[in-house]
Design a protein around this ligand. Sequence first.
Ligand SMILES: [Zn+2]
Length: 341
Amino acid sequence: MKALIYYGQRNVRLEDVEIPTPAETQVLIKVTDAGICQTQINEFMEGPFIINNDPHPLTGKAIPIIVGHEFGGIVEAVGAGDQNDLVGQQVAVLPLLTCGECRYCQNKQENLCDKLAYYGLIGERGGFAEYTVVNQENVFPVDDPALLTFIEPILVGIHAAEQTGAGLAGKKTLVLGTGALGLSLAAVWQFYYGAEVYLNDIIPFRQEKARQAGFNTLSKEEIPADFDIVADCAGSDPLSQQAALLEGLDYLLKGGVLLDIGTYFHPLSFMPTSLLVAEKRILPAFAYNSRDVVRLEAVLESIKTDFSIFIETAPLADIVEMGYFRAEVDRDNFTRLVVKC
Ligand SMILES: [Zn+2]
């Protein structure tokens, strides 16, 4: 089968590899959809940052490795220990892998696990491949094929909401970045948590798509400084070097909360006293945990957004040119690139 292997900075290759065999507690998935997100593009352009060079403490695996962490497909075979009813089901992969033993796992803070691995990103093979094997407990049945690559960012959106701790109903919130993460978080916060949500993106095409999907959008000039919560779903922009994390602080009410969700691989500088005197808080939200997964089914039932309108597809054979290269140099006219494997 074909699979995309990450060797390092600016070095990804589509190669022929063996179709993996599921172990007793695993399933073999014919991957149908795998999303290319900015994290993977940053790993390609400037990494490795998160993808591990050294053998992973949980899995022993390291670069070179098959990447892609937002994916799903059809269960084609199961290991000997499976109850078999998974065969033929369309599933999204929940990419978090944990040790189950450390203090964080014991406390259901699995996203902080001392040996955290993540399918397609940290220590384990991922979804940019025709087939992959994953643990049975890491698949989640999904009816809408357009949602397959959005399940991971939806879980991150749930986790971010739970991190705020106070309930989002009626809260005026701004989401910076309308990529897969920003759109997913906005849908979760609006439909499941009942927040008043506005979106902004520095790329006009993406902001317009969000508006077409029914979200409230604000261009930069229109953004007032009266939000209870701002979610940074943009992270660092390698081209403009803009930092939504710092910009977002300006849009908060005093006492407001800025959720740090996007990724940065370069230092930022800011004046702590500007936070102090306004009691603004920066709250990180990383990945998701088992408590967030418990909410997933109800969250999916609540979401009214049609995610298919954001998707543009490319065949796996063209993933480097139509995926990675395009995402780097021609990002002004797509929102979500999905590789059809
Ligand atoms: Zn652990």
